[in-house]
Design a protein around this ligand. Structure first.
Ligand SMILES: Cc1cc2nc3c(=O)[nH]c(=O)nc-3n(C[C@H](O)[C@H](O)[C@H](O)COP(=O)(O)OP(=O)(O)OC[C@H]3O[C@@H](n4cnc5c(N)ncnc54)[C@H](O)[C@@H]3O)c2cc1C
Length: 464
């Protein structure tokens, strides 16, 4: 149902639906026109202007059940969101008939140290998990940024700095508790509702609102990690050296390389403000001696900054220098089947000269991330040895079009090396995501029709 607010009938119908929603959910719902609406609808990615019919911030699984049942009764859709880091993936979705279920108040982690696992509430961020796990000498397959949501990241794949050794984060999910389209809380695991468990590990928010997850933790208390930084005019030799280094780097090393362009900003450290730089960072799961030996060819390029050292695992979320606050950015991505020779030259040219680009990132993937474990769900691995992502900032809404063109332009410049695959966590809207689901696409569509026949859930990864 699309709520047509452009006609008298539409306005009347929408107003009646809004009144009924308020009756059922009381002050738990924020409606368009309420004073709190604008603040309630803003995602972490400030470039995305999402305008749902209503917003709810559930504080319990029962609140989520109430919302889903109300939506179903009123013919509204439901768009689950934890933080809005992935709001760009919903940018093409009309939310005017959807309740945005923002889970930011449903956070909490219980660690089971003896089982090396954790139960994580549906709106939790990775910081919540790594901080709860650290006292037990444990950590998780979190991404580069601590305030990314666990559910959106993990159920879309999840590429960490442990990925080449330990695979995608989605394979660490042991069970989900999810509110399905019929308004029930369902536990899905290999034993309970295995079809739904298969589908949600990739299909994510297209199958319901996840109110908690059970994930495996890793016995890693500290890690050899850090970053090397050079001025951008060193990019040709640094990028070529990293490309060659990755051909022999063991699976214990998961690294990224970025060319980054920073505007003058007082909040930035002087080594970044008003500068363009090339940065290699990541984690190496080896002894200090082995990791030091491995880094030697990169350190021989005399970086201006070198922070690689053994650090507590809890600090790994700071290594990549992701923005600590909500930020407006647009992303494009691709997987590359290789990164050598002419690909290096093409990358250096595109990364250093594309107007409006904030960063061009390469992550060395492959290894365990490319191997699908037994019992995996719809997504269990990602093909292609390198992930390429372009990000452009959107300081004002009228610059969105040129920002998107910059991100996509950089990625298109590497088209000769694109692999027939996508890492779904690095894809915003406007992209055919079937490449990300690969052979799982048809079965996902069939299961979507079984579990959500009315297409109530508007997920960031549309499977229909
Ligand atoms: C600064 C930054 C750093 C990043 N680093 C990495 C990285 O290192 N590795 C990586 O793989 N990705 C990374 N990403 C991408 C990130 O994993 C995706 O944007 C992911 O979707 C974010 O999840 P979220 O829950 O925070 O986002 P949200 O926008 O809240 O959610 C995205 C989608 O996930 C689903 N979803 C979220 N919560 C729920 C729920 N409780 N129930 C049902 N569905 C839900 C919905 O479909 C939603 O549309 C990064 C993104 C940013 C902005």
């Amino acid at each position: 149902m699309t709520i047509n607010t452009g006609t008298t009938t539409g306005v009347t119908a929408a107003a009646a639906t809004a009144d009924r929603l308020r009756e059922v959910l009381g002050d738990r719902v924020v409606l368009a026109g309420d004073a709190a609406y604008d603040a309630a609808r803003v995602p972490w990615n400030l470039a995305i202007d999402q305008r749902p019919f209503a917003v709810v911030h559930p504080e319990s699984a029962e609140d989520v059940v109430d919302v889903v049942r109300a939506a179903r009764a009123l013919g509204l859709r439901v768009a689950p969101q934890s933080t809005g880091h992935g709001a760009g993936a919903l940018a093409d979705t009309d939310l005017s008939d959807a309740i945005l279920v923002s889970l930011s108040k449903l956070r909490g982690v219980t660690v089971h140290p003896e089982a090396q696992s954790a139960r994580v509430l549906g709106g939790s961020e990775w910081n919540d998990v790594v901080q709860a796990a650290a006292p037990w000498g444990l950590t998780a397959l979190h991404g580069s940024s601590g305030d990314v949501g666990v559910v959106g990241y993990a159920l879309s794949g999840g590429l960490s700095f442990y990925a080449r050794a330990h695979g995608l984060a989605v394979n660490s999910v042991r069970a989900v508790q999810i509110v399905t389209a019929d308004g029930r809380i369902v536990r899905a695991s290999v034993h309970d509702d295995p079809e739904l468990f298969w589908a949600v590990r990739g299909g994510s928010g297209a199958f319901g609102v996840v109110v908690s997850l059970e994930i495996d933790l890793l016995p890693i208390a500290d890690v050899f990690a850090g970053m090397l930084l050079w001025p951008v005019d060193r990019a040709p030799e640094v990028v070529a050296a990293w490309s060659s280094w990755t051909t022999t780097a063991p699976e214990s090393a998961s690294t990224s390389l970025r060319v980054m362009h920073f505007p003058p900003m007082p909040d930035l450290p002087p080594f970044l403000s008003d500068r363009s730089v090339v940065v290699i960072d990541g984690a190496i799961l080896e002894t200090d001696a082995a990791a030091t030996a491995l880094l030697e060819p990169l350190r021989a390029l005399t970086p201006e900054i070198d922070t690689f050292a053994r650090i507590p695992a809890v600090q790994l979320v700071q290594v990549h220098m992701d923005p600590p606050e909500p930020t407006p950015g647009l992303t494009a991505g691709a997987m590359l089947s290789g990164f050598a020779g002419p690909a290096v030259d093409a990358y250096v040219a595109a990364a250093t000269t594309t107007p409006g680009l904030f960063l061009a990132e390469l992550r060395h993937v492959g290894g365990a991330a490319a191997r699908r474990p037994d019992g995996a769900g719809a997504i269990g691995s990602v093909q292609g040895d390198f992930l390429l992502a372009g990000i452009a900032m959107v300081p004002a809404p009228e610059l969105a079009e040129s920002a998107l063109a910059a991100a996509h332009g950089m990625v298109a410049a590497m088209a000769d090396w694109h692999a027939p695959a996508l890492a779904l966590t690095f894809i915003d809207g406007g992209v055919d995501r079937t490449l990300g689901f690969g052979a799982a696409q048809d079965r996902l569509r069939e299961l979507k029709a079984v579990y959500d026949p009315a297409n109530m859930f508007a997920g960031g990864q549309p499977v229909g």
